[in-house]
Design a protein around this ligand. Structure first.
Ligand code: PXL
Length: 245
């Protein structure tokens, strides 16, 4: 299941997640947190779905399906995220959550501007893995160094740090898991070009691979490779998932 926003261009958000789930051979369920007005280059506005309505969507799906892995994307606030997590845990105590902490749309729009970080701190241990990029990890704890933030986050949850925006080694992703293990996932040097919503693809591929029974380490590598393939599918800002041969 994905709990995310609707992006009419389908590069990001829940429709992008559904395409990713489908390409992994899974049937995806989706819960909408916001209706956004955007295309692949221009983010105009976000119209948030009330938390009660988000919960009603979640509960209605749980009435019919056993949901074991949930990817969460854009939410209005960390408080809303905490309400969603509480509901998920009540419906399935062993649910695993992949959190893509969307703080800024690529097309320039800030979320969580006046948000309480202490709320995020208190919910990190109910998340299975968090998937920030370099910009997001800096923005999450601006007063800490990146190294300190990595240490803090990885003491509470698994951390998949996306390296697309890093300046030292572009495209080097890092997984910090089981509190102490670090795995560097090198880029494969494919002919990739930037895409709108690539972070959504990585996190929903990670959720898919976990759902398929892979360990966090295997799932991380498979998702990196899946995302690279997606990024190299064409040169436009909207990528293709799989092609039938
Ligand atoms: O890629 C981040 C993201 C996630 N979800 C939605 C978005 C965006 C970026 O634009 O619109 C709905």
């Amino acid at each position: 299941m994905t709990i995310a926003g609707f992006d009419p261009s389908n590069g990001a958000g829940l429709t992008s997640d559904l395409k990713t789930f489908h390409a992994h051979g899974l049937y995806g369920l989706s819960v909408c947190t916001t209706v956004t007005v955007q295309n692949d280059v221009d983010f105009k506005s976000s119209h948030w779905v009330k938390p009660e309505l988000i919960l009603e969507q979640i509960e209605t799906l749980f009435e019919r399906f056993e949901i074991e892995v949930v990817k969460i994307g854009i939410v209005e606030s960390w408080k809303t995220l905490s309400v969603i997590l509480e509901s998920l845990k009540a419906l399935n105590p062993t649910v695993r959550v992949v959190l893509d902490p969307v703080l800024k749309a690529t097309a320039g729009y800030d979320f969580h501007s006046e948000d309480e970080l202490s709320v995020l701190d208190s919910i990190l241990d109910s998340i299975f893995v968090i998937t920030p990029n370099f910009e997001e990890i800096k923005q999450l704890y601006p007063e800490k160094t990146i190294e300190d933030t990595i240490e803090f986050l990885s003491s509470k949850t698994n951390l998949y740090l996306k390296g697309g925006h890093r300046t030292d080694q572009v495209g080097l992703d890092q997984l910090f898991y089981d509190k102490i293990v670090q795995l560097n996932i090198e880029p494969r040097g494919m002919n990739i070009s930037p895409k709108h919503g690539s972070g959504c693809v990585l996190s929903s591929s990670l959720a898919s691979n976990l759902m398929l029974g892979h360990s966090i380490e295997e799932a991380a590598v498979l998702s990196k490779r899946y995302t690279e393939q997606f990024l190299s599918s064409n040169t436009s800002l909207l990528g293709n998932h799989i092609t039938l041969s």
